[in-house]
Design a protein around this ligand. Structure first.
Ligand code: TYD
Length: 189
C-alpha cells in the first residue's frame, strides 16, 4: 500500500505523516516513512536551489525533482512495497505538477515528464488556507524560495485542480485532521 501526503508548505504534512506512521506501526504494520525531495544526491542539490544558493529555471527544477523521484521510486519505494510494507511518502509527483505549474510550466509537460510514476493507492491532500500556512511557516523560521504568500496562493489553486486526491480540511487542530486521515486509511487497510 502506497500512501502519499501532499499540500502546500505549512499544511502540516510532516506532522500528519509522522502521526500516521506511528499509528500504523502501533497497529502491527511494517511501514516506511519517506519524503521528496530526498536526502540523496539529487535531493541535496535541489535543497541548494531551494535555499537560494544555486539558481535553476522552473523546467530544470522540474527535471531535477523528477530525477530525484525516479531514484526514490526505484531504490526505496518499490523495494519496500515488494517487501509488503506500507509506504508513506511526504510529497510525490503531484508536488511537481502543482509547484512547477505555479512557476509557469505547463501541466501537460509536467505530466508527460512523470509518465513513469507508480500511482499511489491513496494521495491525501492537506488543504489549508495559504494565510494559515504562512503563519505556520514563520514559526519554524525556514527560508526557502517558495515560502511566500503569493506563490503559495498559486500552488494552492493548482492543488485544487486534481481529481485523483482525497482532500482533507487541514485548517483545524492536528488531532482533528488526523482523525479524518485515520478514517480514510482504515477503509483501505
Ligand atoms: P518540503 O516538503 O517543504 O521539504 P522540507 O519540509 O524538508 O523543507 O519540500 C521542499 C520544497 O520543495 C517545498 O517548497 C515544495 C517543493 N517541491 C517542488 O517544488 N516540487 C516537487 O516536485 C517537490 C517534491 C517539492
Amino acid at each position: 500500500m502506497f500512501i502519499v501526503i501532499e499540500g502546500i508548505d505549512g499544511c502540516g504534512k510532516s506532522t500528519q505523516a509522522r502521526l500516521l506512521f506511528e499509528w500504523l506501526m502501533e497497529n502491527g504494520h511494517d511501514v516506511l516513512l519517506t519524503a521528496e525531495p530526498t536526502r540523496n544526491r539529487i535531493g541535496i542539490f535541489i535543497r541548494e536551489i531551494l535555499s537560494g544558493s544555486e539558481k535553476a529555471d522552473p523546467k530544470t527544477l522540474a527535471l531535477l525533482f523528477t530525477a530525484d523521484r525516479y531514484e526514490h521510486l526505484e531504490n526505496e519505494v518499490s523495494p519496500a512495497l515488494s517487501d509488503g510494507k506500507i509506504v508513506i511518502s511526504e510529497r510525490y509527483f503531484h508536488s511537481t505538477i502543482a509547484y512547477q505549474s505555479a512557476q509557469g510550466v505547463s501541466r501537460e509537460w509536467l505530466n508527460d515528464l512523470n509518465y513513469f510514476v507508480l500511482k499511489p493507492g491513496l494521495t491525501i491532500l492537506l488543504d489549508v488556507k495559504p494565510e494559515i500556512a504562512i503563519k505556520r511557516i514563520k514559526r519554524t523560521e525556514t527560508n526557502e524560495i517558495f515560502e511566500n504568500r503569493d506563490f503559495l496562493e498559486k500552488v494552492h489553486k493548482e492543488y485544487l485542480r486534481f481529481d485523483d486526491v482525497k482532500r482533507v480540511d487541514a485548517n483545524p487542530r492536528p488531532e482533528i485532521v488526523f482523525d479524518e486521515i485515520k478514517e480514510i486509511v482504515s477503509e483501505l487497510i
